[in-house]
Design a protein around this ligand. Structure first.
Ligand code: C5P
Length: 227
């Protein structure tokens, strides 16, 4: 099986408050993109890397991850993944999709996801139990609003990346998503919309997503602790 990892890194990272794209922001001196790419490679599971870059930053990204195919991302994460899928090597049969915004996802997590795909699960995501109490609300509500009901959290998982797919499933999910105008927040959501069963493996705290300056500080602490 040939495993290709797509690293989505074409976002601007406006919420992080840095002038440069988030993937170039440094954590202990190393850009987030390099942290993510290194851990994927260290797993020993990844044969090829494809990176989506913001327009105008392709050359800088190529310098950081010389072994990767770097291409220009789209206007949304979903479009960036679709652009990467269109550029995959014909032999790729397992595809990982991983956010550069999750720079510390461990090689062990990468291996866990790939092992589940190799075992025959065609769509696999890491999931972490949630610690907050979660309630439903009217999605258009602002300010004080009625709680529509607490969702028992024992049956909930927060979904992370890397997500692993049989390539045919991911291709079909993106095609169907584009044709139907479905905008999903991740690739597993698109697979689900297609009726594909999605499987979970245990996620990890260090696969946290860096969105704000506080997240970056927390990632620094996790790195200090050996992530
Ligand atoms: O913005 P957010 O952090 O949710 O983005 C998740 C990941 O998707 C990031 O790694 C970001 O670089 C990537 N992305 C992308 N193309 C876009 C928007 C986001 O590759 N147009």
């Amino acid at each position: 099986m040939t495993v290709t990892a797509i690293i989505t890194a074409a976002g601007s990272g406006r919420r992080l408050g840095h002038p440069q794209p988030k993937a170039l922001v440094r954590l202990h001196g190393t850009p987030l993109l390099q942290h993510a790419a290194r851990r994927l490679v260290m797993s020993g599971q990844v044969d090829d890397l494809v990176v989506t870059a913001p327009a105008g930053h392709e050359r800088a990204f190529r310098t950081l991850v010389p072994e990767a195919i770097v291409l220009t991302g789209g206007a949304t994460r979903q479009e960036s993944v679709a652009a990467a899928l269109a550029a995959l090597h014909p032999e790729a049969d397992v595809v990982l999709v991983h956010d550069a915004a999750r720079p510390l996802a461990s090689p062990e997590l990468v291996s866990r996801v790939v092992a589940a795909v190799r075992a025959g699960h065609r769509a696999v995501v890491p999931g972490l139990p949630v610690t907050d109490t979660i309630t439903a609300v009217d999605p258009s509500a602002e300010g004080a609003t009625a709680a529509l009901g607490t969702v028992p959290r024992a049956g909930l998982r927060a979904v992370q990346t890397p997500q692993g797919f049989d390539r045919a499933v991911l291709d079909a999910a993106h095609l169907a998503g584009r044709d139907s105008g479905t905008m999903a927040t991740d690739d597993a959501g698109l697979a689900e919309a297609l009726g594909e069963p999605v499987w979970l493996v245990p996620g990890e705290e260090s696969a946290m997503k860096v969105t704000t300056a506080r997240d970056l500080a927390l990632a620094g602490l996790l790195l200090d602790e050996g992530a």
